[in-house]
Each structure stands twice: as C-alpha cells, then as structure tokens.
Design a protein around this ligand. Structure first.
Ligand code: SAJ
Length: 448
C-alpha cells in the first residue's frame, strides 16, 4: 500500500508527487496517459521545469515514486487533474469525476482526500464528497476531505511549490489540520487554513484578479492609442504611485488558467460578474484589434501573408494553450490571408489548424506583415534585416513593445505598437521617452 496516491501527473501533479516522495513518502503517481506513465517508469518527464528531471530520477531510482495507470490503496489521495472549459465556457469536470470514482474501491476509514484542481465553488464537498459518500463512508467524519489549490507559475514550479504560501480548505477543521500536516513536509511557505469553499473561491479570485487587471491595462492601452499617447510611459509614471500596480497591455491573455478560471465565476454567479465578463471580452479582442490596425493601412489584404511571431501563451515558455496567437491567426485566415506562425520554443507542428515552425526565415518569407504576439527573449534581440531581408511588406505590429523599434523604423518599417497612438514610420520618432526621477532640488536620481 502506498502512503500517497497522486492522480494526474501534469505540471502540478508530477512535481507534487516528486516532492512528496523526496520528503520520504512512498508515492504512486497515476495518469491515464500511457506515455506519461511509461516516461515516469523510466525516471523521465517531458515537462521542462527547472530541477524536476533530476528530482524524478532520484525518487524513481529510490522507488519512492512509482507510476501506475490506476490508483492503488493509499492513506492519502491527491487529485490534480485538468478542469478545462467547453466551447460555451461551461466548466468540464469529467476528469475530476472519473478520478474521484477511481478512488472509490480503495477508500478506507481514516483516509485523506485532497482536490487541488481549480474548480467551481462547492466542487470538493458536493461532487468529490458526493461520489466518495457512495462508499458508505461519510466525508469529514469517516475520512478527511480538503481543497488545496496550487499557485505555481509554470516554468518555476518546483521553487514555487516549496516556497509559496498555500491555502488549505477542509470540509471540517480537522480535515484542514490533517492536510496541513501533510503539506508541511515540503512546503516552506505560510500555510493558511480555512474551509473548502473559501479555498475554492480564493483560487478563482487570484486568477480573476489578474485577468481583470490585465484587461484594465488593455483598456488604458486602447485609450492611449486613440489619444496618440504612449501607454507604456503612462503606466510607468502611474506605477510610481506607492499603491498602484498597473500590469502590461498586450495581445490578450493565454494559458490554461487566467483566461479560463474567471468563467467558473461568471457561469456560477452571472448576476454578480458582469465586470468579469467584460474583462474577458476586452482581453479576448486585443489580438484582433492589432490585426485591424494593420489592415486599416490598406497594406495587408486578402491573399497577403501574415506572419505571427510567438505561439506560446507568454514569454519564454513552450506552452501554446489558449494563446492569443491562434485568435489572430483565425481572424486573418477568415479575411483571406495566408498565415505562418513562428515560435522558437513551441514544438513544431500543427495547432488549431495552423503550422507552427521554429524556422524564422521561412515563416517571415514573402510576408506582407508580421505581428509579434509573444515577447520571447530571442525576439527582443532581432536585427531589422531579419525582417527586411525576408518580408515583402514593411508592416509590423508589436503587441508587447518588445522589438527593436529604432532599427525597424530606420529600415523603413511602419510600426504599430500596442498602447502607442500613431504608427511609427520611417520619419525618425523620439524613442519611447524614459521616466526621469528627480529629487526636490531637481537632481536626477534615476531613469526607468
Ligand atoms: N499577461 C499580460 N500582461 C501582464 C501579465 C500577463 O498580458 O501584465 C498575459 C501573459 O502574456 C499570458 C497571460 O497573461 O498570456 C497569463 O500569464 P501569467 O503569467 O499571468 O499567468 P500563468 O497562467 O502563467 O500563471 C497564473 C498564475 N496566477 C497568478 O499570477 C494570479 C499562477 O500563480 C497560477 O498558479 C497559474 O495561473 C495557475 O495555474 O492557476
């Protein structure tokens, strides 16, 4: 019998299982994907997370972590399966339901069951607790049941699982205490205890807060564009206020969390969430707004080729899920354009019907225009001739203010930058002004 059974070996479950094994437990990692089970059996992972491969090799070698396709009897069960939304934004809880049902035959008195997957308020006690009660055991009485969301930033998962604070929500205070003792084995951050529904809402609040704030920065960007101002400069000035932290505008919000989680609240509490719905609509329209700015020049038309730089949902990750790149690509194709997408990190292939390649020259070849969607570090250093020597057109949209603007302007490109009023063309324009911080005697303290 294992000490712990972790169901779902994705970017949260596998690091969690590995850290628990590394802290001394015998852990069985369960996944429905045979490739994931086989890789873990070999002490491997395809997840690119710092320190994870080394950790997995060590705990698999010591047999503290073993892989399986189905759960086994254990003292603790942790459910870390995906909770995506459907096309109509309703949440799909099938994975949580089937993972919970797979535990039923093994559930015993005194067990602890934890749901970590981001879920609508009430899922832990109603869906998970309801299914497990079919065993005849009563949640919170015969076994403990908790909700404990993760807060990791993909790409920094191990560090954040260990050092971030965590909220632990129990359907009873005793359940929360039992889970608290478990997480203390590898969490160094502050562990705060509450009930299950507060913890479920807390997770949704965190990501919704971020989505609404990104929408706010996009609203400011659109105002600056209409006023011929520079949002990046205005935000820099505003963020010098001690209690203001305006985020960065861009092409919209990608990833499988931030653009998804607010819909859990919108669907469950429609009477209270018009702000959240509006923020979703603002963010989802940003990418096409940049396409509109380029087509309005009359230099990007049906039959032309558009190159999109960046398929990943954010800088320097290889994850293309919910990326705004595909929203823009679909809109361009609907307008009769040919679309090539480039990304230096995303595995080449076809995504949402679009070819994503790692070959920049081919992706840019014969393009009438290019739009930068993802501010990968490698794009920031690109010299202008990479564009000038391959593209037929001289039109560039930069949704992250990430490209080498002076060089591109000198090379004769017409530049549209998210949040910057007019397009910046060959006539030399002042670089985006810096903010100079001075003291009362007007002595320059620093430049940002
Ligand atoms: N973005 C902007 N402007 C910004 C910040 C982000 O446009 O100023 C965009 C990014 O380009 C990206 C999207 O938002 O497309 C989301 O990126 P992110 O870094 O904000 O979030 P994720 O999805 O990588 O991770 C988030 C984190 N949640 C919060 O920051 C509140 C992480 O802590 C969560 O654990 C994760 O969601 C999750 O799994 O829930």
């Amino acid at each position: 019998m294992a000490d712990i059974c972790v169901l779902g070996l994705g970017y949260v479950g596998l690091p969690t299982a590995s850290l628990l094994a590394d802290s001394g437990f015998h852990v069985t990692g369960v996944d429905i994907d045979p490739k994931v089970v086989e890789a873990l059996d070999d002490g491997r992972t395809c997840l690119k997370e710092e320190g994870l491969s080394r950790l997995i090799r060590s705990v698999v070698k010591s047999k503290r972590l073993v892989a399986a396709a189905v759960p086994c009897p254990a003292q603790v069960y942790i459910i870390c399966v995906p909770t995506p939304t459907l096309a109509d934004h309703r949440v799909d809880l099938h994975a949580v339901e089937s993972a919970t049902r797979s535990i039923l035959p093994h559930l015993r008195r005194g067990n602890l069951v934890i749901l970590e997957s981001t879920s609508p308020v009430g899922t832990t006690r109603n869906l998970v607790g309801g299914i497990l009660a079919e065993s005849g055991l009563q949640p919170g009485v015969d076994f403990d049941l908790c909700y404990c969301p993760e807060r990791v930033l993909p790409g920094n998962t191990i560090k954040e699982l260990v050092h971030n604070c965590r909220v632990i929500g129990g359907i009873t205070p005793h359940s929360a205490q039992v889970a608290h003792k478990l997480y203390q084995n590898f969490c160094r951050g502050t562990l705060t205890l509450t009930d299950d529904k507060t913890a479920e809402l807390c997770k949704l609040m965190e990501n919704t807060y971020r989505d609404v704030n990104i929408a706010l920065s996009n609203v400011f960007a659109n105002i600056c564009e209409s006023e011929g101002l520079n949002a990046w400069e205005a935000i820099r000035h505003a963020n010098l206020h001690p209690r203001v932290n305006i985020l960065n505008p861009g092409p919209g919000v990608g990833g499988h969390c931030i653009p998804v989680d607010p819909w859990f609240l919108i669907q469950q509490y429609p009477q209270h969430t018009s702000l959240l719905r509006t923020a979703r609509l603002v963010n989802d329209s940003q990418g096409v707004h940049m396409l509109d700015r380029l087509t309005a020049t009359g230099k990007l038309n049906a039959g032309d080729k558009l190159t999109i730089l960046g398929a990943a949902y954010k800088a320097d990750v290889d994850d293309p899920r919910e990326s705004p790149a595909f929203t823009v690509a679909e809109a361009a194709r609907a307008r009769g354009m040919k679309v090539d997408i480039h990304d230096p990190l995303v595995t080449p292939g076809t995504y949402h019907g679009f070819n994503v390649s790692n070959d920049l020259n081919t992706a840019l070849a014969h393009a009438a225009a290019a739009i930068l969607i993802t501010d990968h570090a490698s794009y920031r250093a690109l010299p202008a001739d990479v564009f000038a020597d391959t593209m037929t057109g001289r039109l560039i949209g930069d949704t992250r203010a990430a490209l080498n603007h002076p060089a591109l302007i000198d090379a004769g490109f017409m530049l549209f930058i998210t949040g910057v009023g007019d397009f910046v063309e060959s006539k030399p324009k002042p670089a985006i002004p810096h903010v100079v911080i001075t003291d009362a005697a007007n002595k320059t303290l620093s430049r940002v």
